[in-house]
Design a protein around this ligand. Structure first.
Ligand code: CA
Length: 224
């Protein structure tokens, strides 16, 4: 997978390039919006990490120009702006995800992986081992046995299953399941994970919900 990083702050850029390369991505770096737009137009990247505040051409303009030209590359927008209105603005301009600076590299990496796995979203049925989620019927079963979930539990589980095998951070779960105003209230995720564990893993030999210490959670058939 090849990723383009458009970031002018040398320290942040270095961290991103080094970290992504260590995770086996091929990474190109552009130090300003103009160069970034040119590279993104010429090369078919799997994903772009785009800083909002850039010299020559700002990130939002780059984003709009790319979308206007018909590009459907996965784009993660980075910004120091943490207001809900800025996030909405970024997403409306065509970003697939938005991450507020400063961030941990683990948070960024989890988001990049989720971003590149988006096609999962289109499946009607998701399954991990003997756990199945039927989106059409809004039904969850484990080992064929129906499991009753509240709407919120279902939403958390659906997000975990969509990203099965990958760590999702608490913030990612909050953003996808609650509304934007809940940001920062990531403890609520732990509460719902406990509810889900009681319903999905309790009484079964193989737990499917795993804790990624200090980062978040992962739904996976692999034991830890
Ligand atoms: Ca910048």
């Amino acid at each position: 997978m090849r990723i383009l990083v458009i970031e002018d702050e040398p320290k942040v850029a270095r961290t991103l390039v080094k970290g992504l390369e260590a995770d086996h991505f091929a990474v190109d770096l552009a130090g300003d919006g103009e160069e970034g737009l040119q590279l993104a137009t010429e090369i078919d990247y799997d994903g772009i990490i785009l800083d909002w505040n850039l010299p020559k051409l700002d990130g939002l303009t780059v984003l709009r120009k790319l979308r206007k030209s018909g590009s459907n590359m996965r784009i993660l927008l980075l910004s120091a702006r943490k207001d809900v209105s800025d996030r909405v603005c970024g997403l409306q301009a065509g970003a697939d995800d938005y991450l507020v600076k400063p961030f941990s590299f683990e948070e960024l990496l989890a988001r990049v992986h989720a971003l590149l796995r988006r096609p999962q979203e289109l499946l009607d049925k998701l399954s991990v081992e003997d756990l199945e989620l039927d989106r059409m019927r809004h039904m969850v079963t484990r080992g064929g046995k129906p499991i009753n979930l509240t709407q919120r539990e279902y939403a958390v589980l659906e997000y975990l299953m969509r990203n099965a095998g990958r760590t999702v951070t608490r913030t990612m779960v909050v953003e996808h399941v609650w509304n934007l105003g809940f940001e920062g209230l990531t403890n609520i995720v732990d509460v719902y994970i406990n509810y889900l564990r009681a319903k999905i893993d309790h009484g079964y030999e193989k737990p499917l919900i795993h804790t990624a210490r200090g980062v978040g959670y992962m739904l996976s058939s692999a034991s830890q």
